[in-house]
Design a protein around this ligand. Structure first.
Ligand SMILES: NC(=O)c1ccc[n+]([C@@H]2O[C@H](COP(=O)([O-])OP(=O)(O)OC[C@H]3O[C@@H](n4cnc5c(N)ncnc54)[C@H](OP(=O)(O)O)[C@@H]3O)[C@@H](O)[C@H]2O)c1
Length: 312
C-alpha cells in the first residue's frame, strides 16, 4: 500500500480509502449487511487501507455506529477516521453538539478528520461561525484536522480566512472519469494549496465497473435517481467500457481498478470507493502500487472524448 499526507496535517493515509455511506441500512440495496461492512473494513485494513470515511448524515448516524464496531475490532490506533457534520448543523453550538454525537457513535475520543459535509445554501449560516466551531474542536483536541466537502474555490477561500491556528487539509468532492467538473477550478487550487482532494463516487456509483447496462441497472434508493444510470447515459458509458476492459485484461486488473487508478494519475487525489463486502474492499485495495501508462491514459482520454452525458 502507498501512503500520502492528508494535506499539510502530517496525518498519513492510504492512497485509497474506504467510503462507508453504504453502511446506511438498505438505502444502497437489499444486499447491504452491517456485518459485511465491518468485514470489508477489516479486509481493507489487512491490505493496508487505514482511511475510513463516514458522516452523521449516512443512515442518520448508523454508518458511524457500524464504523465504530470496526474501530473496536481493529484498534483505534490503526485507523484514520474521517466523518462529517451535516450541512444543517453548521451553527456554532449545533456543530459542537454534532461532533459529540459523532464521537459517541464512533466510540472514539478524537476524530482524525472532521469535515463540513456541504456549504449550506438554505440557512445562510456564515462560514465564520462554522469555522470557529471547527477550530474550537481542534483546540480542545476533539478533532485532529479540519476538512470540507463539496466546497467551491470561493467557499474554500472564505472558510480558510476564518481559521487562525490551523488550515483546511482536504476537500471531498465528486470525481471520476465521467464527472470531471472539479478539474477546472477546484483541483488546480487544491493542488497549489496542498489541500488533498478526497474523491467521492470514484467509480461513479458502479457505472465504471462494467457490470451495469440498460438491462441491468441498480434499483436501490440511492441510485434509482442517479442520472448516470439513464438508458441514454448507460449507452454512452458502454462505449468506454471495452477500452477499460482491454486495459484491465492487459494489466491483470479489473475495470473498477482501472477506473480508480486513473484518479491517481496526477497525485493529490485520494479516492474513497464505497464497499459493501470484503470482496469489493479487496478489489479496491488492489489499486495502489501501480500506475496506468501514458499510452493507456491516452486511450482512455480518446474514448472519453467520444462520449457525452445528459443530465436533463
Ligand atoms: N461528501 C459527499 O457529499 C459524498 C457524496 C457521496 C459519497 N461520499 C463518500 O464517498 C464514498 C464513495 O462514493 P459512492 O458511494 O457515491 O460511490 P462509489 O464508491 O463510486 O460506488 C460505490 C458502489 O460501487 C459498487 N462497488 C464498490 N466496489 C466495487 C468493486 N470493486 N467492483 C464492483 N462494484 C463495486 C458497490 O455497489 P454495488 O455492488 O451494489 O454495485 C458500491 O456500493 C461513500 O461511501 C461516501 O463515504 C461522499
Amino acid at each position: 500500500m502507498e501512503y500520502v499526507n492528508l494535506g499539510k496535517s502530517g496525518i498519513k493515509v492510504s492512497i485509497i480509502g474506504l467510503g462507508a455511506w453504504q453502511a446506511s441500512g438498505k438505502t444502497w440495496g437489499a444486499d447491504v449487511e452491517d456485518e459485511n461492512i465491518v468485514k470489508a473494513i477489516r479486509r481493507a485494513y489487512e491490505l493496508g487501507i487505514n482511511f475510513i470515511d463516514t458522516a452523521e448524515a449516512y443512515g442518520n448516524g448508523h454508518s458511524e455506529e457500524v464504523v465504530g464496531k470496526a474501530v473496536k475490532e481493529i484498534g483505534r490506533e490503526n485507523l484514520v477516521i474521517a466523518t462529517k457534520v451535516h450541512g444543517a448543523h453548521l451553527r456554532y453550538n449545533e456543530l459542537l453538539k454534532a461532533a459529540e454525537h459523532s464521537l459517541k457513535r464512533l466510540g472514539i475520543k478524537e476524530i482524525d478528520l472532521y469535515q463540513v459535509h456541504w456549504p449550506d445554501p438554505w440557512e445562510q449560516i456564515p462560514l465564520k461561525h462554522t469555522m470557529r466551531a471547527m477550530e474550537q474542536l481542534y483546540k480542545e483536541g476533539k478533532i485532529r484536522a479540519i476538512g470540507v466537502s463539496n466546497f467551491a474555490v470561493r467557499d474554500l477561500e472564505e472558510a480558510r480566512k476564518h481559521l487562525s491556528v490551523t488550515d483546511i487539509v482536504s476537500n471531498q468532492v465528486r470525481y471520476n472519469m465521467l464527472q470531471r467538473e472539479i478539474e477546472e477550478e477546484v483541483l488546480p487550487y487544491c493542488k497549489r494549496e496542498s489541500i488533498s482532494i478526497i474523491a467521492w463516487s470514484p467509480i461513479a456509483q458502479g457505472a465504471l465497473t462494467g457490470k451495469y447496462n440498460i438491462s441491468n441497472k441498480p434499483s436501490d434508493d440511492v441510485r434509482r435517481g442517479n442520472k448516470l444510470f439513464s438508458d441514454y447515459n448507460l449507452r454512452e458509458i458502454s462505449k468506454l467500457i471495452p477500452v477499460l476492459e482491454k486495459i484491465a485484461k492487459a494489466r491483470n486488473k479489473t475495470v473498477a481498478q482501472v477506473a480508480l487508478n486513473w484518479l491517481l494519475r496526477e497525485g493529490n487525489v485520494i479516492p474513497i470507493p464505497g464497499a459493501k463486502n470484503p470482496r469489493q474492499a479487496e478489489e479496491n485495495a488492489g489499486v495502489a502500487d501501480w500506475r496506468l501508462t501514458s499510452q493507456e491514459l491516452k486511450e482512455i482520454e480518446d474514448a472519453l472524448s467520444k462520449i457525452s452525458l445528459d443530465y436533463f
